[in-house]
Design a protein around this ligand. Structure first.
Ligand code: MG
Ligand code: MG
Length: 259
């Protein structure tokens, strides 16, 4: 049984979620051909600290940077580096904050300049699958209902769900129970109750679902080196409709990137 959060705790999680959401937008403004992923990290870390928060990923289990910057076939946990983004790449920024003792955690995959049609579809489908998952994150459902919603949607487009990684509860710890897989069966898994705070984060491959761990012990790559997309939002389970804490509204207008 996972304990729901109090409204006071949810308010602190909301404050984190807003900082993370705005940080993602700052990173998005900086994404362009010719920019290094290290520069994206610098932009994010500066913004987080300027807002009085701590970049929670930095030093987490030894992670060396403020953000994960995962390019093309990297699913998650890419190290920001001297790699220079080029037209047609995609880059996922996954960002965490610690503020007033609570955590924020959200991710967005940005296209670099113009991307090909299949890549565009991968981004659109992955993001839409996140919203399908959020629709299922209501009191009375189970975590399997979220996974089922994501998986059914994604696989109908011929893309595949990474099964080795999953979403999670969030609170004083960045990763709390329950685990929130992006695949599964309706009516299975942890019961969702009003006030539970979770991060839903589909990681979706254009090719097969296989992944492997980089020699650096962190970056997760697709086995077939197809591109992978990842969108993450923090929500509160509520009766009838989940409440979003983080948002892509600072990035997008009418579903299109705003800058
Ligand atoms: Mg994350
Ligand atoms: Mg997460």
């Amino acid at each position: 049984m996972v304990k729901p959060k109090t409204e006071e705790e949810i308010e602190l999680l909301r404050q984190n979620a807003i900082i993370v959401s705005k940080t993602l937008a700052e990173v998005g403004k900086a994404v362009a051909p010719g920019v290094t992923t290290k520069e994206l990290n610098r932009v994010a870390e500066t913004f987080i600290r300027d807002n009085g928060a701590i970049p929670s990923f930095l030093g987490f289990e030894g992670f060396p940077a403020a953000i994960c910057a995962s390019v093309n076939d990297v699913v998650v946990h890419g190290f920001p580096s001297d790699y220079v983004l080029k037209e047609g790449d995609i880059v996922t920024a996954d960002i965490g904050t610690l503020y007033k003792g609570y955590n924020g955690d959200s991710a967005y995959t940005f296209p670099v300049g113009e991307v090909d049609a299949k890549t565009r579809m991968l981004l659109d489908v992955t993001k839409a699958s996140l919203y399908k998952g959020i629709e299922a994150a209501v009191a009375g459902n189970r975590t399997g209902d979220i996974g089922y919603a994501v998986q059914q949607y994604v696989e109908s487009f011929g893309f595949s769900v990474v099964r080795d990684l999953e979403g999670h509860g969030i609170g004083k710890e960045m990763h709390e129970n329950p685990g929130v897989p992006n695949f599964g069966h309706r009516g299975r898994g942890t019961h969702l109750v009003d006030g539970m705070t979770i991060c839903i984060e589909p990681m979706i491959n254009a090719g097969g679902r296989g992944v492997y761990l980089d020699r650096n012990g962190w970056a997760v790559h697709t086995s077939d080196h197809s591109k992978s997309a990842h969108y993450e939002l923090t929500v509160v389970v509520r009766k009838g409709k989940a409440e979003q804490l983080s948002t892509f509204d600072y990035i997008e207008k009418d579903g299109k990137i705003n800058f």
